[in-house]
Design a protein around this ligand. Structure first.
Ligand code: KG4
Ligand code: ZN
Length: 341
């Protein structure tokens, strides 16, 4: 008989996801993607919020059904409280509160960035503490030092664009639809990563990142080459994707290596949407072998936004009796604590 059964909801951006967990084990994880944003070349907040309203009930019903769990068996309802788009967060928060109130059970508010890190505790092998996690998503790029399930701090982060944005903006420049990251990954597999050289970005702070200059470099190169050859993008799409991806991956891993060395930690993890990137996964695993690290890479379904990671985080919060007050509002900006250095 299970003791702790949690329904978790994720609605921070453009994926509506619901998951059910029993005693630390994720039983179901159902995600509805929102294709509506493709035609606009990015997430339109108002449309995202409306799509969450349409998707949330079917996602929750399917997650409960697949887990073989009735609402009455739930111990708590968890939700992403932030960071994210306010209108999107609001849908998950309101739904979770309504359901929990009607069942007479507590609510658990989960930080989305913490959840990306704790996605590593859904499946085996699980990292041991302390470990460093490079969280790379559409909105964030950070290196997190994880001391315990609920004790982590950011030791470095991007000062401008996120790594996912660098992928998506490059893709847009090349005429690819949103979100471009997975497409850049796909075309990069057939391209030459050394075909074009982009300068490695620079950011103040040993473990900080900057990505805004990279998209400008890509833009200048493309504009210049198009003057000589109007077919340049179509002809060199694979090489462009491979070269940009290679620049991003090398940069991310250079900073992660420096952090591992400085903090003397050899347990390293990657998380977030960009950790689904095949180039990053392969380079990270190779580097780990070279350096003698233990490396942790989540399953694909737990890289991009998903409620499974919210459920596992909520489980540890439940064990710590970390429940949310009923009047808690979503927090568009909800940063993890930063290391004082
Ligand atoms: O974690 P996530 O699903 O949402 C946020 O919290 O932002 O990350 C989404 C980001 C997008 O920028 C998307 O293009 C990128 O992850 N992404 C990828 C890949 N799959 C998703 N980037 C590169 N290669 C991929 N295979
Ligand atoms: Zn995310």
């Amino acid at each position: 008989m299970s003791n702790i059964i949690i329904l978790a909801i994720e609605s921070s951006c453009d994926d509506t996801s619901a998951a059910v967990l029993a005693d630390g084990e994720v039983l179901s994880n159902v995600t509805a993607n929102q294709a509506i944003h493709e035609r606009y070349g990015g997430v339109v907040p108002e449309l995202a919020s409306r799509a969450h309203q349409q998707n949330i009930v079917p996602a929750v019903e399917t997650a409960l059904q697949r887990a073989g769990i009735e609402r009455e068996q739930l111990s708590a309802v968890a939700f992403t409280v932030g960071p994210g788009l306010l209108g999107s967060l609001m849908v998950g928060v309101s739904f979770a509160k309504g359901l929990a109130l009607s069942l007479g059970i507590p609510i658990i508010a989960v930080n989305h960035m913490k959840a990306h890190v704790l996605a590593h505790f859904i499946d085996e092998p699980k990292p041991s503490f302390p470990f460093l996690c490079l969280t790379v998503s559409g909105g964030h790029t950070q290196i997190v030092k994880v001391r315990d399930y609920l004790d982590m701090e950011v030791i470095g982060e991007t000062i401008d664009d996120a790594a996912g944005e660098a992928f998506d903006k490059t893709a847009k420049l090349l005429g690819l639809p949103y979100p471009g990251g997975p497409l850049v990954d796909k075309y990069a597999q057939q391209g030459n990563p050394k075909a074009f050289v982009f300068p490695q970005p620079k950011a103040k702070g040993a473990f900080n990142f900057s990505f805004s200059g990279l998209k400008t470099s890509v833009l200048y190169l493309v504009q210049q080459k198009m003057q000589e050859n109007p077919n340049f993008i179509a002809q060199y799409r694979n090489d462009l994707c491979a070269s940009v991806q290679d620049t991003i991956v090398r940069y991310l891993l250079k900073k992660l290596s420096a952090a591992a060395r400085k903090h003397q930690i050899n347990q390293l993890a990657i998380a977030g949407g960009v950790s689904a990137n095949s180039g990053l996964r392969a380079a990270f695993a190779d580097l780990g072998k070279q350096k003698g690290w233990q490396t942790y890479i989540p399953q694909f379904q737990y890289c991009t936004d998903n409620a499974g990671m919210i459920a596992i985080t909520a489980y540890y919060q439940y064990l710590a009796a970390d429940f949310a007050p009923w009047d808690l509002a979503p927090q568009a900006r909800f940063a993890l604590p930063k290391a004082l250095e």
